[in-house]
Design a protein around this ligand. Structure first.
Ligand code: GLU
Length: 306
């Protein structure tokens, strides 16, 4: 299987690299516009421990919304099923930073991956941890085996300076009573989590726990239960790509999560986690080449959850 994957990855990588990139860099977070638009890296880690990388897979990039899977993981671990009283499990069909459904749903976000849902998850973590910034970072450091991982002050403050929609959203949710803490504290934490950076290799390795029934691959320690892992994967499949989630399931057929930094992580349960990074985004806010690459990968491998 190892050489199968490596041939398939090489073919999908080369074909995608040759494409004309029709995407555009995210500019609403000024710091994100300062990356080299031609970066393109991929890395796969299999549950058997194989590591396969290509292109700029050792360059760090801003995880942005990808990290929302990890905040959800920690909050779900702490709160259990009660979490679903604060945030739903339905795709929104709207843009990642939309406020429109919050009015009709009385401040309960549709899912934990749209911005509103991730902000509520941040609020939950602040209420349940001694020091959310410190404790969440410690959780990710341990999960990723990256003891030196830190929030990027530069990216967090760049987003904070112009994060008017997220500020509006957090205050709006608070008006319905679904934010317990001070909105400024919740937003500062939210901007911090979005600012974490990893390279494709580190990202793929970090997400292997979701391809491994909730257990960290390197030491088999249980991070979350198999049932919780299944549910997070289900949410990634149905809600991981904003209003392009159906399209991703249709064309790729794997659980995954994208971020406006141009990264995507996807996984094939009991087989592998894969990360791809190419910073130019399609009109829905997902990496143009990242989406294409993963489509090629599952087409050539003929392996999807379906
Ligand atoms: N920090 C970004 C925001 O709140 C995350 C968006 C994303 O990656 O989808 O707008």
């Amino acid at each position: 299987m190892a050489s199968d994957y490596s041939d398939i990855l090489e073919k999908a990588y080369q074909r995608t690299k040759a494409l004309n990139d029709e995407g555009k860099l995210a500019t609403y977070i000024p710091e994100l516009a300062n990356v080299d638009p031609d970066m393109f890296g991929i890395h796969m880690t299999t549950t058997e421990g194989l590591e396969l990388g290509n292109g700029n897979y050792l360059e760090k990039f801003s995880l942005q919304s990808i990290v929302k899977v990890l905040t959800l993981t920690l909050a779900y671990k702490i709160l259990g099923e009660k979490i679903w009283g604060r945030v739903g499990v339905e795709p929104s069909g709207t843009k990642f930073d939309s406020l429109i459904l919050l009015e009709t749903n009385h401040g309960i976000p549709r899912n934990p991956f749209e911005n509103s849902g991730a902000i509520v998850i941040c609020d939950i973590l602040i209420s349940n941890l001694n020091d959310a910034n410190k404790d969440f970072l410690a959780f990710v450091r341990e999960l990723s085996n990256l003891p030196d991982l830190n929030y990027s002050e530069k990216i967090a403050s760049s987003e904070k300076a112009g994060g008017y929609r997220n500020v509006a959203m957090c205050n709006f949710i608070k008006s319905f009573g679904n934010i317990e803490n001070d909105p400024t504290e919740v937003l500062d934490f939210y901007f911090n989590i979005c600012s974490l950076e990893m390279n494709c290799q580190q990202l793929a390795q970090t997400f292997t726990f979701l391809a491994n029934g909730g257990r960290k691959l390197s030491d088999q320690k249980e991070i979350i239960s198999p049932s919780q892992s299944k549910r997070i994967n289900a949410l990634m499949l149905t809600c991981g790509f904003y209003d392009e989630s159906g399209e991703f399931a249709f064309k790729v057929g794997l659980p995954g999560k994208s971020g406006v930094g141009g990264g995507i992580v996807a996984l094939y349960p009991h087989n592998y986690a894969i990360a791809v990074w190419s910073p130019k985004l399609n009109p829905k806010g997902n990496s143009y080449k990242g989406m294409k690459f993963l489509e090629e990968l599952t087409t050539y491998s003929e392996l999807t959850i379906f």
